[in-house]
Design a protein around this ligand. Sequence first.
Ligand code: NDP
Length: 239
Amino acid sequence: MKKLVVITGASSGIGKELAKTFSKEGHPVLLLARRKHLMEELNLENCICKSVDVTKKEEVEKAILEAEEKYGKTDLLINCAGIMLLGKPDTQDYEEWASMVDTNVKGILTGTNIVLPNMIKENNGTIINISSIAGRKTFNNHSVYCGTKFAVHAITESMRKEVAGSNVRIIVIAPGVVETPLLSHTTDEKIKEDYNQWKKTIESGLDVSKIADCVKFAYYMPQDVCVREIVIAKTKQED
Ligand code: NDP
């Protein structure tokens, strides 16, 4: 059997596509998100689904230890869980931007903190963080979301350097608009309307399979080759 792949945010959108992709490739998969039934519905082989909140280290740790007991150590961790609650920090509800910071920033660190020590010890392993093009440039009503994604880029790049003495790879993938329910997290109807209006300029977002292709490309490179960063968007996405 191939090595264990752990995917956060596997109940929807990009993470769900990654779950199907790596299972099809023959990897045992640990799927993590809060809505367990959506991951179980995928009915994948050699798969463990756990309802966890990625901001809660004990929950993530318990799930990873259980999967590693069954399938061996984690070879690939994909930190995909994230939320996008567009708004402005001065008018937006405190809980909205606070949960965005917690999920998008703390959320990539919990699993990393659990699997990275063993990866370094074994001189092997890969962590892929799903950031966003909003981690490279700014957009209207995206200040906190951009802040969280700029943080994902900064953390990834710093960690990549820190582990460069080992053969562990830390990679960031930054998509432009992808067709998923991500915008539905935003509660401000006017902002959603404006976003959808802007989105018409690119006709539609990327298909989730294109992000899975990028993740596969980076992961299946030889271990001594690190595709540090991929930025991918629809050709017609100007920003
Ligand atoms: P979805 O809304 O489809 O998926 C988000 C996933 O994150 C869900 O599986 C959700 O699961 C999970 N999640 C959210 N909060 C938590 C939490 N606290 N604990 C555990 N899981 C959580 O959106 P996408 O697939 O589009 O988003 C995936 C990633 O891709 C995000 O990081 C997003 O920022 C990034 N991205 C998306 C783009 C797009 O245009 N769609 C563009 C660029 C980047 P559940 O609710 O069941 O917990």
